[in-house]
Design a protein around this ligand. Sequence first.
Ligand code: KG4
Ligand code: ZN
Length: 385
Amino acid sequence: MKATHILGIETSCDETAAAVVCAGEQVVSNVVASQIATHWPYGGVVPELASREHLRAIVPVVRRALEEAGQTYESVDAIAVTQGPGLAGALLVGVSYAKALAFALDKPLLAVNHLEGHIHAVLLEEKQKGNREIGFPALALVVSGGHTHLYLAQAQERGWMYENVGQTRDDAAGEAFDKVAKLLALGYPGGPVIDRLAKHGNPEAVKFPPAHIKGRPRPGRSRRRVGSDAPGMTFDFSYSGIKTAVLRYTETHNMQPALELRRRALAELKSPRADDVLKLCDRQTLDLVASFQRAMVSDLVGKTLNAASELDVATLFVTGGVAANSELRSAFERESAAAGLPVYFPSRPLSTDNAAMIAAAAYPKFLAGDFAGLELSAEASLPLR
Ligand code: KG4
Ligand code: ZN
């Protein structure tokens, strides 16, 4: 029998992506059209522009993904699409296009949660490498521009089970990277440029106080360690405080004039690269950037490992755009090894948004016959269950 080929489509934010994945474990093609150049002048994603760019890109991107896979519209077995969460107008482009394709081609339609996609990016690549030894339950940290969420993930007889055991109370970690980059005039998106610049600064130069989580644990989201009498707990994050602390630091250390000069110099360049930004940064800025990244990484790694130990999980997954961060990866590798816990990340291209992860997450649904109807609608705040 011919192996199942699923065409995945992803348009939840600022990447128009299409991919073909075979049997949920072989990436046959993976095409991503980035909108960075469109949103760069605004220092963040402009939702209306994102929808317009998706409309422009979706047809050629899907066509290329099919061509590169040696497939056709007719030969693929199913169409998978990101239903949410994400920007409503952006999601709508992918969902409408996938529905139209499924209807016209009379193929099954599969709806995928974007966060589930990020988790399956890890599984997809491990299976592709031949790793069949992953222990469960896995604790998955999905850390991106829109999310800093912890899920317990486990395969079940029909599909997967996910349980949310922690999340950010305010800004997502990627959002903090992007906002700090914007306020320091380093460009957009913030994560990759901060990752690059941090290597040139002293991460011990500025001390940020640990994030203080206000309020009580959220009811219904806490979990008790198996066999323990200790009360259930949540494993939440908070990143709006550190962004304000960076802003205060620039104010109290008179960094504003240099910052304005950099903002103007970067505006003159067409599409500045990290090296261009580096040339425009003084030691004080590089130290601040390195210290910010160190504080973010310590908090993410510390809280995640604490949750992993309390919940007694078998494996750790770290996925989403921020999982591309080099310091985060090495810190997780070091700390997880010390805790005797295997940790898995997707490769960098599959850490950030892509459609291969959507096609991979759709495969268990295909096997279970869990198809979506043509009434499928985009859900900007779709929860993962
Ligand atoms: O998963 P993703 O592509 O889109 C969302 O679902 O949000 O994540 C994008 C986020 C952005 O905030 C970006 O700044 C961050 O991931 N990011 C990074 C790195 N590469 C991307 N953050 C830190 N270090 C990186 N190397
Ligand atoms: Zn994402």
